[in-house]
Design a protein around this ligand. Structure first.
Ligand SMILES: *Cc1c(COP(=O)(O)O)cnc(C)c1O
Length: 397
């Protein structure tokens, strides 16, 4: 059994805060704090440019990629870190489209994160007027897969509602129709068990600053199935994806396998933070994590529904159909969330009316969750949320 009391001690959380926003930005692992301090002082400070070899900076994207890969069911050598998720979405899509030159449609759903849709639109514009992004409501995705679809681009867990797609089923359907698949694991990696190899996906991407706790701006990851890794042409053909970057050839030749998905200089300090943050996972069994996450979610839903009927559950009740977050709707959701944050319970708000709560057993106890629900309901029944200061919108919600 995973010792969640132990993993909790591995995080540096501020006193008096119940953090239900690890789905947006994971908290600081103690090891990351020390590791980054050492990377700055001992590596950057002392080694200067020799750190690329001596401290192994150049190998970090692949080495750390393997550690992330283990958490999403990817074989060693199939995941590499770098850039932000939006960039990785673009790369995966562009490579996938090239593998289906006779088709022109990217299929996605209206529950997808806007950046994924924007990147797809932008890519279609670049490729030409005959390329199109088609979106349908999440429930209609399966039926919309036909032999016009080049690429099915799906975010497994909906960032607003926490609704989860059936990955294996959609992949099987897409492959049967001759389409390729790109899975966005932003709200899956470190949140729920994922088996990329078993599901036979083509491409997958995800970020590290949410459930993997790499810190603000931490790099994204990309997975390419081994059967495709030496076939795909990287659309963003940067020098570090070249077969021999330090030959400084004038022509691009893609590197071996997943290495070709690298673009430019890796974010060494962020990768050091992520590398240390991944130590937390060493003793964690994903099945235990999932079971505890669902237990915490159910507790929260039950308590909130019993004491504050004005909040409407937006997350599916069926365990199979949800990720690791719970969302409620309320027309005054923004102000309610601000009041909650002011009282030490941190979640977030997504327009137009979603209050979002992430459940991360690594550092959240049952007591935390019960207390958070009680504070939320007390704010609702007392009307404390309706103060002018809670209605002022900040830039980041
Ligand atoms: C968080 C998130 C992003 C963010 O992309 P960045 O480029 O890292 O800012 C993209 N897509 C999804 C599905 C997300 O949840």
């Amino acid at each position: 059994m995973t010792d969640f009391a132990h993993t909790r001690t591995m995080f540096d959380l501020p006193e008096g805060v119940i953090y239900l926003d690890g789905n947006s930005l994971g908290p600081l692992p103690r090891a990351a704090k020390d590791r980054v301090a050492r990377a700055i002082a001992d590596e950057w400070g002392q080694m200067l440019i020799t750190g690329w070899n001596k401290a192994g900076w150049m190998d970090l994207p692949a080495r750390v990629g393997d550690r992330v890969g283990r958490l999403v069911g990817a074989q060693p050598g199939t995941v590499v870190m770098g850039d932000t998720l939006s960039i990785k979405v673009y790369q995966a899509l562009a490579s996938a489209l090239e593998l289906r030159p006779e088709r022109r449609v990217i299929l996605s759903d209206t529950g997808n994160f806007p950046s994924d849709l924007y990147m797809a639109e932008g890519l279609c514009r670049t490729l030409g007027a005959d390329y199109a992004l088609k979106t349908v409501v999440p429930e209609a995705v399966e039926d919309a897969i036909d032999d016009h679809v080049a690429v099915l681009m799906i975010t497994e867990v909906d960032y607003r509602t926490g609704r989860k797609h059936d990955m294996a089923r959609l992949i099987a359907k897409a492959h049967a129709a001759g389409a390729l698949v790109v899975w966005d694991l932003a709200h899956s990696a470190g949140a729920i068990p994922v088996d990329l190899t078993g599901a036979n996906t083509d491409f997958a991407v995800g970020c590290s600053y949410k459930y993997l706790n790499s810190g603000p701006g931490g790099p994204a990851f990309i997975y390419v199935a081994p059967r495709l890794a030496d076939k795909v042409r990287p659309a963003l053909s940067g020098w570090l994806g070249h077969e021999a970057p330090f030959a400084f050839d004038l022509d691009y030749r893609p590197g071996a396998g997943i290495e070709r998905m690298r673009v430019g200089t890796p974010p060494v300090l962020q990768l050091a933070a992520l590398d240390a943050a991944l130590d937390v996972w060493d003793g964690v069994d994903m099945a235990d994590l999932r079971a505890r996450s669902l237990e915490l979610q159910d507790m929260f839903i039950e308590r909130v529904e019993a004491a504050c009927p004005d909040l409407t559950l937006a997350t599916p009740r069926d365990h199979k159909s949800r990720g690791s977050q719970v969302s409620f709707r309320h027309a005054q959701g923004y102000a309610i969330m601000q009041a909650l944050i002011a009282e030490g319970v941190i979640g977030d708000f997504r327009a137009p009316d979603i209050l979002r709560f992430g459940f991360t057993p690594l550092y959240l106890s049952r007591e935390d969750v019960a207390q958070a629900a009680d504070i939320l309901c007390d704010i609702m029944t007392s009307g404390r949320w309706d103060r002018p200061e809670f209605h002022t919108r900040a830039k980041v919600t």
